[in-house]
Design a protein around this ligand. Structure first.
Ligand SMILES: Nc1ncnc2c1ncn2[C@@H]1O[C@H](COP(=O)(O)OP(=O)(O)OP(=O)(O)O)[C@@H](O)[C@H]1O
Ligand SMILES: [Mg+2]
Length: 243
């Protein structure tokens, strides 16, 4: 029975991956055809829809690939990743702020982590009308908080929204678009770093997403001895950042 369930899930995953992948060509063709339209407004609207479809395909494929697994952990600056995300959001016209250290070098998979955190910032902007991002160092770990002043999420759904393709009615009705994969990907990535991500409603209203990432301290000058390195190789001590 268990083997059959496994096979079923594997088959469905493969089918979904194949469909997602094969949708790319017709989307490209539609984009070309839309280019010939004389109605510029319609052309732009179609382009916008196609962008959205491509985004959905991209995130579905990334999720199915479990993209995290393939990226090598390396020394990166978590503070820089967050400020870039906040800057990107404000460039797009959203309200977003960052509070925290200017630099926080640590060992992680930067592309995957950036995607995970981007999903949280994107949610705060899209579902909550703005993002307040905060980064904090604690002994042995770092905390990233992404807060908004939006409607929050009903208590009963705070966990289920992490399941792939889960979207609340409120967001469907508002027509925010999206695949319902943002949180599933965020959790996949953060868990692969030995961390955790959780949502909570803030007492004053709005939602807070809290990401906890282990950040083992390097002991000795060579940075060889580390505590709680989890699945990631040892951290390089501060000051020894590699490009
Ligand atoms: N900050 C938030 N405030 C209110 N609701 C939220 C917030 N973040 C997520 N949600 C709810 O959780 C659902 C799932 O979020 P998730 O990021 O997984 O998918 P999405 O944002 O709908 O689409 P995608 O991220 O794939 O573009 C959302 O559709 C929304 O209903
Ligand atoms: Mg999202």
């Amino acid at each position: 029975m268990q083997a059959r369930i496994h096979r079923l899930v594997a088959d469905r995953t493969q089918a979904l991956a194949a469909v997602s992948h094969d949708l790319r060509s017709p989307i490209q063709r539609l984009r070309l055809r839309a280019g010939f339209l004389e109605d510029v407004e319609a052309q732009q609207a179609i382009d916008g829809d196609l962008d959205e479809m491509e985004g959905m395909i991209e995130s579905t494929l990334a999720y199915l690939r479990g993209e995290t697994e393939s990226e090598e952990p390396r020394q990166a600056d978590l503070a820089a990743i967050l400020t870039t995300l906040v800057d990107d959001a404000t460039d797009r016209g959203a309200t977003a702020t960052y509070a925290g250290p200017d630099r926080l070098p640590m060992r992680l998979r930067p592309v995957a982590i950036k995607r995970a955190l981007a999903n949280l910032v994107d949610n705060a902007v899209k579902h909550g009308d703005g993002a307040r991002v905060a980064l904090e160092e604690n002994p042995g770990s770092v905390t990233v908080r992404v807060e908004d002043d939006g409607p929050g999420i009903p208590e009963a759904a705070l966990e289920t929204v992490f399941e792939p393709f889960q979207r609340l009615d409120a967001s469907r009705h508002r027509g925010t678009g999206g695949t319902g994969l943002g949180l599933a990907i965020a959790r996949q990535v953060v868990n692969a770093h030995g961390g955790s991500v959780a949502l909570a409603n803030r007492p004053g209203g709005g939602l807070v997403a809290t990401v906890l990432l282990p950040r083992p301290h390097a002991t000795g000058r060579d940075g060889a001895a580390v505590v709680g390195a989890g699945t990631l190789p040892p951290v390089t001590p501060p000051g020894e950042r590699r490009a």
